[in-house]
Design a protein around this ligand. Structure first.
Ligand code: HEC
Length: 708
């Protein structure tokens, strides 16, 4: 009773505090203003999705289906980091602003490519094991005379556009053991909006608003309820708590806001997507087991949520994946558009999250309008056309069956963060699609650990076996595509099939073009209405970022970052090579009509030799090694000890030749400055030796199969 009273008091105080000073400093009247963000000048690209609606549609037409065959490289710039490059460059007043891996920022003369300044927040490389999906960054924001970057280690930094000097720096994350930031900040009426990642660790999702001029926090909205004993911050948390069981708050609950943030200026709402519930396996802490009066939906995870842009107060939510256990983030970009649906003009949200459905919601109220499967879905067998609630395939509740469940889509998503684009001219949405299943299996007797993933999956049990037929079958089933989706007709207009998944984001232009880079090292232009390939350029490296376009003095440019990486490079083992052996050459490429610049000759593809020492361990030791490897190492060094381009492939590492050298790295932390921390908190010397024997065994198996 008394506890409840204190909690209510604390909550009302919190609310009062939040209501009182959520007003930002006077808005800028020079530089990038709110009016410009709402209606960007034709030749500029001022925010992540180009405009508030985040359509990534450019009205420029100089480069068109008629002229694109003359597109050539205008200039390029090599980046000083070789990890995944996910950012969309921004262009204002002749300057191109780019963020790179490790949250660095560069400003280039957009016409010549001359570097004006660069900023390095010096993110500790030891942050890598806290970041689920590589040291990536998806972009900066522009406002007034500032450029904003959110850093991997959890800070929001305002730089002066003129020279890159730091204006202010604010700590956004509650701690640095579980939270990282990879998303691009968005701006709404003087407020810089940002969330975080971390739902594979111990994160409680949130989105926060900061004063553009001072860096002071104005409001913060949590996406999942905290410890009830401490009182709920608001009514929304109290409501959400009824959908959680066990002591969910101890692991944070997840629901992190790591990508999609869209400002709906019409309704003054901040719309954002939330991530997976944690741990992935709900059996591990009973988070989805609640009493009869409630359900185990785990609000507001895997949802779109709308809050008041001025105060951060809850307005509505729509959950796309109830009782998530598949890592089905709803963080994919949220696009606004005016569509005519059933004869009625509507202001809608279009969203294609990981779970494989394409959603249309009323932007103001969150009212469900439709959800259409746009790719093969196995985890859900039906969709309620009135409520938008999916029927879950009972087999997909893998913690209840105790069996392996291979889901389509998988944890990589039918569509993840790779930005989509929408052309109001064609009425089509251009989606980078992944067709990739994922095996889920609940870990038995799982306990949380001080470091590493807290997904409660049995990664060793589901590792791809070294059986040629199984490998070929799995590889064949793993593909990708560029899909043009008609949201009104609710059907596919056209599709370009790709060999593998994890291709780049898309850009649509009024020149009847769609641009996209691919995992297979090409940057291509297609006709927007029919999907005909008109032009392509060999990029020497896989592309995952989205292109953008701008014009200076009437001349149109198209820019894109190259640099394969992100989670699909580091985690899925053999499958990361589906489009070709992945390599990372991190560069900024800028094209224009008649461009004649050349890239340096491509370095030869690495010769991949497997020459492991003989296996001297016991089978029991290797099996134990597989377990520890699956729990702590596979997320970076790859499923079944097969790595991508970014992290060392342990099967080919000299370190596996000597037990002591291996221990010096894994337990002694000899390579911590490169992001390979000491795992001594969770890996004993015997465990390390078991991992070494497991890797040697795996290497010999693959050598026998003649594989790389
Ligand atoms: C967060 C990502 C990450 C995780 C998780 C991780 N590593 Fe690493 N590991 C790296 C990186 C990055 C390097 C390269 C460091 C460098 O070269 O400075 C590396 C290097 C190594 C090397 C040296 C390889 C070489 O040839 O240079 C070994 C051995 C190794 N890791 C073993 C392990 C083991 C065993 C585990 C699990 C207990 C593990 N790693 C977990 C990222 C990771």
């Amino acid at each position: 009773m008394r506890l409840g009273l204190v909690a209510a008091l604390a909550a009302s105080l919190l609310l009062a505090a939040c209501g009182a000073d959520t007003k930002p400093s006077a808005l800028p009247t020079e530089g990038v203003t709110d009016a410009m963000l709402a209606a960007p000048p034709e030749g500029e690209w001022l925010s992540y999705g180009r405009d508030y609606a985040e359509q990534r549609f450019s009205p420029l037409t100089e480069v068109s289906d008629q002229t694109v065959s003359k597109l050539g490289l205008a200039w390029s710039a090599d980046l000083d980091t070789a990890r995944g490059q996910e950012a969309t460059p921004l262009m204002h007043d002749g300057v191109l602003y780019v963020s790179t891996a490790w949250s660095m920022v560069k400003a280039y003369d957009a016409k010549t490519g001359a570097l004006k300044w660069s900023y390095d927040p010096k993110v500790p490389r030891e942050t890598l094991p806290v970041a689920c999906c590589d040291a990536v960054n998806r972009g900066v924001a522009l406002y007034g005379d500032k450029v904003y970057i959110a850093t991997l280690d959890g800070y929001l930094v305002a730089l002066n556009q003129k020279d890159g000097s730091v204006a202010w720096r604010s700590e956004v994350v509650p701690d640095h053991q579980s939270y990282t930031i990879t998303g691009a900040p968005r701006i709404a009426g003087g407020k810089v909006l940002i969330g975080s990642g971390g739902a594979e660790y111990r994160a409680r999702g949130f989105i926060a608003a900061y004063d553009w001029a001072t860096g002071k926090q104005l409001w913060r909205f949590h996406t999942v309820p905290g410890d009830p004993a401490k009182g709920f911050e608001d009514k929304a948390m109290e409501t959400a708590a009824k959908t959680w069981g066990g002591d969910w708050w101890k692991l944070g609950g997840g629901g992190t806001v790591w990508d999609a943030i869209t400002y709906d200026a019409k309704d003054n709402l901040v719309l954002f997507g939330t991530g997976n519930a944690e741990p992935w396996n709900p059996g591990a802490n009973g988070r989805n087991k609640v009493g009869d009066a409630a359900n185990g939906d785990n609000l507001y995870t895997s949802s779109i949520v709308a809050v008041n842009a001025d105060t951060g107060e809850y307005v509505w939510h729509f959950q796309e994946t109830p009782e998530d256990r598949w890592d089905f983030d709803s963080d994919a970009q949220i696009t606004l558009a005016e569509l005519t649906i059933d004869g009625r003009q509507r202001h809608v949200i279009m969203h294609a999250p990981k779970n494989g459905y394409f959603y249309i919601l009323d932007a103001k109220t969150g009212q469900f309008l439709s959800a259409t499967p746009w790719t093969q879905i196995t985890w859900s067998t039906a969709m309620d056309p009135k409520t938008g609630r999916p029927t879950i395939n009972p087999d997909a509740r893998y913690e209840q069956t105790g069996k392996l469940w291979v889901s389509l889509p998988g944890a990589g998503g039918a569509h993840s963060w790779h930005p989509q684009s929408y052309s109001p001219k064609t009425g089509l949405m251009y989606l980078p699609a992944n067709v990739a299943g994922f095996p889920y299996m609940a870990a038995k007797n799982w306990k949380e650990s001080p470091i590493g993933f807290q997904t409660a999956q049995d990664s060793a049990a589901v590792a791809l076996p070294a059986i040629e037929a199984v490998r070929q079958q799995t590889l064949a089933a793993t593909t990708g595509a560029l899909v043009a989706w008609d949201p009104v007709a609710k059907k596919e207009a056209w599709r370009v099939p790709y060999k593998g998944p994890w291709n780049g984001g898309t850009l649509a232009t009024a020149g009847n073009l769609v641009f996209q880079g691919t995992a297979a090292e090409q940057f291509a232009a297609y006709t927007a209405d029919t999907g005909k390939l008109l032009w392509s350029f060999p990029t020497q490296s896989g592309v995952i970022a989205a292109p953008m376009t701008y014009a200076i003095g009437g001349e149109q440019y198209v820019a894109v970052l190259t640099g394969w990486g992100g989670v699909w490079d580091i985690a899925p083992g053999l499958l990361s090579s589906k489009s070709g052996i992945p390599r990372n050459i991190s560069r900024l490429l800028v094209f224009k009509l008649g461009g004649t610049a050349k890239l340096p000759p491509a370095p030869p593809l690495n010769k991949l030799v497997l020459d492991p020492p003989a296996f001297t361990g016991t089978d029991a030791q290797a099996a134990h090694g597989a377990d520890v490897y699956g729990r702590y190492c596979s997320v970076c060094h790859g499923d079944a000890a097969i790595a991508g381009a970014l992290n060392p492939d342990l099967r080919r590492s000299g370190a596996i030749e000597h037990a002591d050298a291996f221990k010096a790295i894994v337990i002694g932390g000899a390579l911590h400055q490169g992001g390979m921390i000491s795992w001594k908190q969770v890996v004993s010397p015997d465990d390390a030796e078991a991992i070494r024997q497991y890797v040697i065994k795996r290497a010999n198996e693959d050598k026998a199969l003649g594989g790389p």
